[in-house]
Design a protein around this ligand. Structure first.
Ligand code: NAD
Ligand code: MN
Length: 780
């Protein structure tokens, strides 16, 4: 071709990146890779091949871990953990800096190896995956350095089992390993079976960096090995992958006391308003859905475009799609590389081929004659309920539909069981910033997409999982309060056969939707004093009562929308009104429990209401300095409807200690009162009634915790369940919560000192809120 011809066609010549160095590294391991356990590689055993999806060639053979391998990895991590933690933040920071520097030094080797193994374009692995992985280690080296000052009263969880997917192999490894190590944990990580090579290279780097042995352990294999890690003697499981497997892990770990974070799938909306800069929105969309061939959990895979501009937008989009170059991932001028594996490609094809609705447009791109590729595809005109609008395709396939008004856009956007990310495109700041809080998503990008950074929390709502990675909030997943918790034994109610002291029979009701309500089942039980006199009767609530209470809570939509100032006032008012009746409550508590701590308990409860009244308008979000054009706002949002099994041992203070932070942050609650001593809760109805608490914000049930817990845990409209009951309900609640992946906070049969420091503070405020990261353009 002459220069003139090239100039006329404007075609790209091939610009291949050399694979020589990566292949040489692989050649050093031509007899196969073992696991990385306790600082060295094990002898390769029976296993499987790792292939390059661009040409089907075998890159390496890997070992499938056996139960004994996983055991020895966990044992190595366990043995190393105490010393690693005691090394202290600054000491660990040195190691993390060293890892970050070595990742930089070998950046190209990592990028090429990633591209060979995964099929993603070298442009992406070189410019995005690897730099972000380095950034994660630098950022968390800083977090280690600052730990003693910024995380007082918290310590490492212990040994963390970490399981990651194949779409960002090195980056997901960094997201998992860097914060864990920074906080003093040790890890056993399993990369995905299609893409284990950069994890093994990372293991090599750990050796070079002189990381103490056992701090990082890497075992390879498939889902069976993942299951072994989940079942192993680890303190925490951090999982990134499909919602289906995440749910299975939630069930498998239920009641085990293992802490769990899940980063799962998504079907994230990409919303284009008619006043958007359409060409920028098209460019953004290319990044949203064709970055990594759409194999991105937060891919903008659901296009919602405003009707007035939809034809114009689709036209520009199709033209842009036709310009996309699909091909050899090692070619520096390639936009879209190979799909990770034929299994994944076939699954994409199957989903697209089974669709009979709408219009399917495939980009004009020529695909390589061999290798694992799929063309950029756009499907428009689907109904909101169609499978392809609801289910994750995890490939280069965009589905699109139109909307008329902003409120319709919100409705369509939130019409999904997921809640990972969302993009909003509009040149009108009012429209864009009005949308952001209304979208159910852990991450919102304004006039942007797929922006990620170590300083900005990343994670989902709903079935996209729970927990955040990155930022301050990411650290809570890798730390726990210091100190040894004491077991909590079941507190039994007193029984008796004497009538009431004054001869008057008092029967309480339930408190639902701001009214005292008769129980559905019509059963009640007597509450007796220690000496056996009848103090009153309380209803035994059933599942129907729970459903009514949840419905009432859902109906109280004004509460999360109210100002924090107003919520503070309501809490002050509650405190004031409880204080006015302090004597009466104190007496009641003493009668029920047979203790003489009533006066102190009421005082503490009043104080707690004032404390959370104070917090209501002070638990601010913050602004993160990200190395991109713009800032990331970390906004605190209420979790939604929270069901709580209240502490049995502190009938009033316990109820107030869970209710106050929850409602201060804008949640609505369904509270199951102390089971043995419920009368302080039923007396509290009147305090609620006289304190301007809107109907439905606080609902209170009495009854048997073990009977109420499964219904609360399984209820699709409950967003979180907490249990501080003296009945150990951890397993019931965590298993039941797997259905809609609601957040759980359970005591695992351990006690809490409600009068002291443990009874209030940041832990409660964190549990009552979720961080939404909103990326907005800012500055140059
Ligand atoms: P996957 O859930 O099948 O596998 C993920 C990992 O879990 C792999 O390492 C796999 O070996 C392991 N695994 C499989 N079964 C297991 C089991 N029963 N117990 C324990 N471990 C098991 O997911 P995938 O197909 O590899 O990845 C694609 C999915 O991951 C998509 O749904 C995507 O949305 C999601 N993803 C989410 C994020 C996020 O941050 N939210 C990031 C990347 C990918
Ligand atoms: Mn591979």
């Amino acid at each position: 071709m002459t220069v003139k011809e090239i100039f006329e066609t404007m075609d790209y010549g091939p610009a291949p990146e050399s694979a020589a160095e990566a292949l040489a590294w692989l050649a050093e391991h031509s007899d196969g890779f073992g696991h990385f356990i306790d600082g060295s590689f094990t002898k390769p055993g029976a296993g499987f091949d790792s292939r390059n999806p661009a040409n089907g060639e075998v890159l390496a053979t890997l070992t499938q871990a056996t139960p004994a391998d996983v055991d020895s990895a966990v044992a190595a991590a366990r043995a190393a953990q105490g010393k690693w933690s005691k090394l202290g933040g600054p000491g660990r920071a040195r190691h993390l800096y060293a890892l970050a520097r070595l990742l930089q030094k070998h950046a190209r080797l990592f990028a090429v190896l990633e591209t060979l193994d995964n099929g993603k374009p070298i442009r992406e692995s070189r410019d995005i995956d690897v730099p972000l992985a380095q950034r994660h280690f630098y950022y968390h080296a800083g977090m280690a350095q600052l730990m003693e000052k910024t995380q007082p009263g918290r310590e490492a969880m212990g040994v963390c089992g970490q399981i990651i997917p194949w779409n960002f192999p090195l980056l997901m490894l960094s997201w998992k390993i860097a914060p864990a190590l920074a906080m003093g944990n040790t890890v056993v990580l399993k990369p995905a079976e299609y893409t284990s090579l950069t994890a093994l290279l990372f293991a090599d780097i750990c050796r070079q960096a002189g990381l103490p042995k056992g701090v990082v352990n890497i075992v390879t294999g498939d889902g069976d090995v993942g299951r072994m890690i989940v079942d192993a003697d680890v303190d925490k499981i951090a999982f990134t992958g499909s919602t289906e497997v995440g749910r299975a892990i939630r069930e498998a770990t239920a009641g085990s006391g293992k802490s769990l974070t899940l980063e799962l799938g998504g079907k994230s909306p990409y919303i284009v308003f008619e006043d958007a800069d359409l060409d920028s929105a098209v460019e953004g969309l290319v990044d949203a859905i064709w970055f990594n061939g759409g194999q991105v959990c937060c891919a903008g895979s659901r296009l919602l475009v405003q009707e007035g501009v939809s034809e114009d937008f689709y036209r520009r989009l199709r033209r842009r799609m036709d310009g996309l170059r699909v091909g050899d991932p090692l070619d520096k001028c390639i936009d879209i590389g190979a799909i990770v594996d034929p299994v994944q490609r076939d699954s994409i094809a199957r989903m697209v081929d089974s669709n009979t609705e709408g219009e399917t447009y495939r980009a004009a791109a020529t695909l390589p004659a061999s290798g694992c590729y799929y063309p950029p595809t756009l499907i428009t005109g689907l109904s909101p309920a169609s499978t392809l609008m609801q289910d994750e395709i995890f490939g280069p396939v965009l589905v699109g539909t139109t909307f008329r008004t902003p409120s319709e856009a919100v409705e369509l956007a939130n019409n999904t069981r997921y809640g990972l990310a969302a993009s909003v495109w509009s040149e009108n700041i009012n429209v864009a910033l009005d949308m952001a809080p209304k979208l159910v998503a852990g991450v919102v990008w304004v006039n942007g997409t797929n922006m990620l950074d170590a300083a900005a929390g990343f994670g989902g709502m709903r079935e996209s999982g729970f927990g955040r990675e990155g930022g301050w909030e990411g650290l809570t997943a890798y730390t726990r309060p210091t100190g040894k918790p004491k077991p909590l034994s079941k507190i039994e109610a007193f029984t008796g056969d004497k009538g009431p002291e004054d001869g008057i029979d008092r029967t309480a009701k339930l408190y639902i939707g701001g009214k005292q309500a008769r129980p559905d089942g019509g059963y009640s039980r007597g509450v007796y004093s220690k000496s056996g006199t009848l103090l009153g009767q309380v209803p035994i609530a059933n599942r129907k009562d729970i459903r009514n209470a949840v419905e009432a809570a859902h109906g109280a939509k004004g509460w999360p929308a109210a100002t924090a100032h107003l919520r503070a006032q309501v809490l002050y008012y509650l405190g004031e009104n409880l204080s006015a009746r302090a004597e009466e409550f104190a007496k009641r508590l003493d009668q029920m429990t047979g203790n003489r701590t009533g006066v102190k308990e009421v005082e503490a409860a009043v104080d707690r209401l004032f404390t959370y009244a104070a917090w209501a308008d002070k638990l601010d979000g913050d602004v993160r300095a990200v190395p991109l054009r713009g800032v990331a706002l970390a906004m605190r949002e209420p979790v939604g409807v929270i069901g709580v099994l209240c502490p049995d041992e502190a009938p009033l203070l316990g109820l107030v200690s869970v209710m106050a932070p929850a409602i201060a942050m804008g949640n609505r609650v369904v509270l199951a009162a102390s089971e043995p001593f419920p009368l302080a809760a039923t007396d509290f109805y009147q305090v609620l009634e006289t304190s301007d608490v809107p109907a439905g914000v606080v609902n209170i049930l009495t009854g048997n915790h073990a009977e109420l817990a499964p219904t609360l845990a399984a209820h699709a409209d409950v967003n979180a369940v907490w249990s501080f009951s003296s009945t150990d309900l951890a397993a019931t609640i965590e298993r039941g919560a797997a259905g809609n992946l609601k957040r759980t906070w359970v005591n695992n049969g351990q006690s809490r000192d409600w009068m002291g420091e443990e009874g209030e503070g940041q832990t409660f405020l964190d549990a009552a809120t979720e961080i939404k990261t909103v990326w907005v353009p800012y500055g140059a």
